[in-house]
Ligand binder design. Structure first.
Ligand SMILES: Cc1cc2nc3c(=O)[nH]c(=O)nc-3n(C[C@H](O)[C@H](O)[C@H](O)COP(=O)(O)OP(=O)(O)OC[C@H]3O[C@@H](n4cnc5c(N)ncnc54)[C@H](O)[C@@H]3O)c2cc1C
Length: 396
């Protein structure tokens, strides 16, 4: 019997998973990667630790129903079992974020690449697919490749230094719709004055994003930069900030220092958006108690020097408010260069969430970030990439 030929376009998280499962099914698999090696972005994930999944409830945007349907067919246990079978134990941290047991992203890539070798997957690097023709034929600068099925795993536009490139045309050329892509999980740009002199400072805070009303909030470690604010909690608000700014609305980020002051238990998570300053009385009481301490400066020892000096320039009566609702008017969201993920992408409605196969073009599949699904920080994006790759590979 003629062996089924499968082309995988893109050697990131979803493409590697799809290639392995497809080859395990006995298919003759060729993986085309435009970069000089596969899995470049994987090595940079989770600060080099690769947060590859999350045990919590799905937290997806764009087309969250599609994401939930995918994860119903490929739950997190199956994704983790895939890695266990490859010889890579995983373990969750206290908040449900799953990492390789050895905490090394390189170990994830190593087991995936070893499996490609073991299964005789043909990996061709430096092969950027320019056009995809029904039938299926992938046109690259190095020649054309034909197959019975093709899985498009080219990712989004975030982090071009790690290989991202605009490959939406491969699918829009076949009639798929594109939801305009924009950066998500990216640092936020603010007016310069409120961050001046704070660059490099890291603090546990609660951030609330407000348009005409509070829109979203996140708690975690914020990192001040000369352009604004970075850190996971700031980046989690980028998609909402981008949407407000795109509509021409005024957007302000309010920083609540309560976790730094020890008034709120510090966690890294999404928070319920509340009116900025709702806890002002608590902060007033705290300040009042500290004013009785010897030394005269209630902020001494409670805040890093740079921030303390900045806040002390404001009139004393404004201090309680500034400590719980420090306003940072937003001016923008950093671009794809500094984003971790793309919002928008290929409209999922053309694809079946059980197989990632196109509903009317047999043999065509799409996986991972190229689709209109983006997840929160915490492993959701890699989990979606792996889950879609495993489902598509298993259907080829
Ligand atoms: C710095 C950073 C840290 C991150 N950390 C985490 C984390 O800890 N946890 C998490 O869940 N998510 C994380 N993410 C997001 C996550 O890495 C992505 O969502 C995920 O890699 C998407 O997988 P993918 O297979 O869809 O695309 P990618 O991993 O981007 O792979 C796409 C591949 O396709 C190739 N390609 C593109 N176009 C073509 C073409 N025309 N022809 C051939 N090849 C092509 C690219 O070179 C690339 O290798 C992080 C992202 C960044 C940038």
């Amino acid at each position: 019997m003629k062996q089924h030929k499968v082309l995988i376009i893109g050697g990131g998280a979803s493409g590697l998973a799809a290639a392995i499962v497809s080859a395990q099914r006995g298919n003759q698999v060729t993986l085309l990667e435009r970069g000089d090696r596969v899995g470049k972005k994987l090595l940079a994930t989770g600060n080099g630790r690769c947060n590859l999944a999350n045990l919590g409830a799905p937290c997806y945007f764009g087309d969250p129903d599609f994401a939930r349907a995918v994860l119903a067919h490929m739950p997190v246990e199956k994704v983790l079992a895939f890695f266990e079978d490859l010889g890579l134990p995983t373990r969750p941290d206290g908040a449900g974020r799953v990492y390789p047991g050895c905490n090394q992203a390189a170990a994830v890539l190593d087991v995936l690449r070893a499996q490609l070798d073991a299964l005789d997957v043909r990996v061709i690097t430096g092969a950027e697919v320019k056009t995809l023709k029904p039938g299926w034929q992938a046109v690259t600068g190095q020649g054309n490749y034909t197959a019975d099925s093709v899985v498009v795993c080219c990712g989004g536009l975030a982090a071009p230094k790690l290989g991202a490139a605009n490959a939406y045309g491969l699918l829009t050329g076949l009639g798929c719709k594109l939801i305009p892509p924009a950066p998500a999980l990216a640092p936020l740009e603010t007016e310069k004055a409120p961050v001046k002199g704070l660059s490099g400072l890291r603090l546990p805070v609660v951030l609330t994003l407000c348009g005409q009303r509070p829109v979203a909030a996140a708690m975690g470690e914020a990192l001040f930069a000369d352009y604004g604010v970075s850190g996971v909690c700031a980046m989690q608000l980028a998609r909402d900030a981008e949407n407000l700014l795109r509509k021409g609305q005024q957007a302000t980020l309010y920083m609540d220092f309560s976790p730094t002051l020890g008034l709120t238990e510090y966690r890294m998570e999404r928070a319920t958006p509340q009116t900025p300053g709702h806890n002002e009385q608590q902060v007033r009481d705290w300040l009042h108690d500290r004013q009785r301490l010897p030394g005269g400066d209630p902020l001494l020892g409670a805040l890093p020097r740079l921030l303390r000096e900045k806040l002390q320039k404001a009139p004393a009566r404004d201090l309680p408010r500034l400590l719980c609702a420090y306003p940072l008017p937003l001016t923008g969201v950093r671009g794809f260069d500094q984003a971790q993920i793309t919002q928008g992408g290929i409209d999922c409605r053309d694809f079946d969430p059980a197989t990632l196969g196109h509903r009317t073009l047999p043999g065509l599949y799409a996986c991972g970030e190229i689709l209109n699904v983006d997840g929160d920080c915490g492993g959701y994006n890699l989990q979606f990439a792996f889950a879609t790759g495993l489902l598509a590979g298993g259907d080829t």
